[in-house]
Ligand binder design. Structure first.
Ligand SMILES: [Zn+2]
Length: 322
């Protein structure tokens, strides 16, 4: 994907601490930051990616225009507009998901520099960009499934000394550098697309033998500090109390084992996600697509909050989930 040594300027360089718990992300063009690997993945899981689908009709329109017209000079201007929209999407991630923003901008930079040569296949380039954009939503569901499965396996394991760490295999094709400094080896993975970035995070995260729990009060993932069974996280909400305190006091235990409503919610969520098909540019598809899944999830989450506050009954909630 590189065209000249100068392109290194846009490379996103990802490196990991010795225990694979922390990452450093660096790019000459877009800056640098540090985070824990868990937070980096969890922020991604919790992010609302509906902005991608908000812009899809306009991306469809440009794609159709270029597809139908076939190689006129104006195509370049339309293509430029297509790239600009995608840059707007990439920049919207800057604050909460800087690594995603950087890797997406690097990809766009690469696809845009190609317009220098007039023979570029614009249709193909747009299809490649869309595939990468939609992969963001696909990966979000995949990584959440991995978190959920691992948390379930670990929670139900009665031998607390030997907690299983599920095996996960994934593939990444990219460049990797090794450096050695003061007795320490350091790997740097070059991740110039969102797919490379998150594949690398997943590989290193799951090889670090992580502990993951799903908080039974707030429904968010966390990493317990010990192998002891830990049902609630330490997050503090606006009333100054932690889930641990509120969860212990709550009469209404939001326990996935004992509460059929929550169990049904996670099952239904998984079923719908697995049924999703990818959408293509310029095609109206009537089936279950990822944007419809997001829409469903938004509605259900709202109802689930009401259920947790006992504003609606278990029967009503079950009916809503059907
Ligand atoms: Zn919590």
């Amino acid at each position: 994907m590189r065209h000249s040594p100068d392109d290194m300027y846009y490379d996103v360089q990802l490196s990991f601490s010795a225990d694979n718990k922390k990452i450093e992300v660096f790019s000459y063009a877009y800056g640098e930051y540090e985070n824990t690997l868990f937070d980096e993945l969890n922020n991604f899981i919790e992010y609302d990616f509906s902005i991608i689908y908000k812009y899809k009709p306009e991306l469809d329109r440009i794609y159709n225009t270029i597809y139908d017209r076939n190689e006129t000079f104006d195509d370049i201007f339309e293509y430029q507009r297509f790239i600009e929209i995608c840059e707007t999407i990439a920049k919207s991630f800057e604050e909460q998901l800087p690594g995603l923003s950087m890797s997406l901008q690097t990809l766009l930079e690469d696809k845009y520099s190609l317009t220098d040569c007039l023979n570029i296949d614009l249709v193909l380039a747009m299809e490649e960009i869309w595939e990468e954009l939609e992969s963001i939503a696909v990966m979000q569901g995949d990584i959440e499934s991995l978190f959920y499965d691992l948390s379930e396996v670990q929670k139900s394991n009665t031998d607390r000394k030997n907690i299983p760490f599920s095996q996960h295999y994934t593939t990444i094709v990219t460049e990797m550098n090794l450096s050695y400094n003061e007795g320490v080896f350091k790997y740097t993975v070059i991740t110039d697309t969102p797919r490379q970035f998150y594949a690398a995070l997943v590989i290193f995260f799951f090889s670090s033998q992580p502990l993951i729990s799903l908080c039974e009060y707030c429904g968010r993932y966390f990493t317990p500090k010990s192998k002891k069974l830990t049902l609630y996280c330490d997050r503090v909400s606006s009333d100054g109390k932690t889930c641990k305190v509120k969860g212990a006091r709550s009469k209404h235990k939001n326990n996935t084992e004992s509460d059929p409503v929550l169990k049904k919610f996670y099952q239904e969520k998984h079923r719908r996600y697995m049924a999703c098909e990818r959408s293509k540019l310029a095609f109206d598809y009537d089936g279950q697509t990822i944007d419809k899944y997001y829409y469903w999830l938004d509605n259900v989450k709202e109802q689930l909050e009401k259920y947790k506050r006992s504003e609606i009954t278990a029967e009503e909630m079950m009916e809503f989930l059907q």
